[in-house]
Design a protein around this ligand. Sequence first.
Ligand SMILES: NC(=O)c1ccc[n+]([C@@H]2O[C@H](COP(=O)([O-])OP(=O)(O)OC[C@H]3O[C@@H](n4cnc5c(N)ncnc54)[C@H](O)[C@@H]3O)[C@@H](O)[C@H]2O)c1
Length: 388
Amino acid sequence: MNFTQETVIGVIGSGAMGAGIAQVAAVAGHKVIVYDNNSAALGKSKSNLTATLQKLQEKGKLASADEVMQRFSFADNIAAFADCGLIVEAIVEKLEVKKAVFSEVEKVVNADCILATNTSSLSVTSIAAACKDASRVIGLHFFNPAPLMALVEVIPAIQTNADLVPKAVALMGKWGKTPVIAKDTPGFIVNRVARPFYGEAIRIYEEGIADMATIDWAMTEIGGFKMGPFTLMDYIGHDVNYVVTETVFLSFFYDPRYKPSFSQKRLLEAGWLGRKSGKGFYNYAEGAVLPQANKDIVLGTEIFERILAMLINEATDALYLNVASGSDLETAMTKGVNYPKGLLQWCNEWGTDKCLEKLDDLYHQYHEDRYRASILLRKQAMGNKKIV
Ligand SMILES: NC(=O)c1ccc[n+]([C@@H]2O[C@H](COP(=O)([O-])OP(=O)(O)OC[C@H]3O[C@@H](n4cnc5c(N)ncnc54)[C@H](O)[C@@H]3O)[C@@H](O)[C@H]2O)c1
């Protein structure tokens, strides 16, 4: 299959991600068919898309909302996908449901139709295994909101036809996206490498080293991150962020580096999902008194350096284990989660020896495997070398 502008795109699931991906494809000039098994969700996505495109036109960011809208059709049956050249699935994050849908959709499409999944945390390989022709399946992981976030992780399953990868990369480029290639391993690039931003911050908080406001202050004011970890987790929602952490932890065979925390699990259990429910780590009720940071620069620097060392270690290990190329790792973290700098560059600027020393200090202090340094970081530091 060669993708052209005439390729009809099918999108399964009309929720936050499906609607966003459909918008990106239609704005790029494709005919798009959106299918959802919930007719109310489908109707809502149609009216939301109409309103969004209208707004873009008013702002001068789109020549004609009507023209784009005419490329859409909304279907309540997957039989509508018969002429699609590419189908992107963005339904509920449940392996068995996704597998059932892939198996069904394969029955209605042409032999050369490509099937992509937008899964955040499931194995693309296991989803592909539901298809008779698993070589046509690939991961296309967009970020939320899909029309605004440039990054797309392109994830070949082990069964994926190798020729498909450059074609998918080129198509994402045509859609105005910045594609990176990631190995089919838990969390791909971003959701793996970013884990310590949340996990280590919570660990510091649980140990009573600092409160949430101080950790958030350290990461934004000293570290230069756009949002502190607790503010960001509340923004993402604990139903999403905690579940990704738990899935990554389980998928890595309980590697302590990714261990979830009780503090966050309890928030989920209480239904304190963050901003969207009015309460999470912070209270978003009107008039609520927000905690103030302890702006002690020594404490702040200690917090920032501990979290940064853990992030750098994660990026270094992902590089060592060929999860992605060095440049794709940098692109993923700067475009996918807006880090102020690529972590490998940060490591080089900081010095591989300093990163290693920080991790070894933590390792000796805690005697926990969680703080083991990547062998690549150790080798480069011992040889007085940069990471790449
Ligand atoms: N929300 C995010 O930040 C984000 C980011 C990247 C990737 N993802 C991934 O994208 C996928 C969708 O996430 P979302 O946030 O858009 O979810 P969502 O809950 O907003 O939307 C899912 C939609 O899929 C529909 N659906 C569920 N089961 C279906 C089925 N069997 N057949 C057809 N339609 C079905 C639902 O009716 C719903 O409209 C998930 O795999 C998720 O992991 C989410």
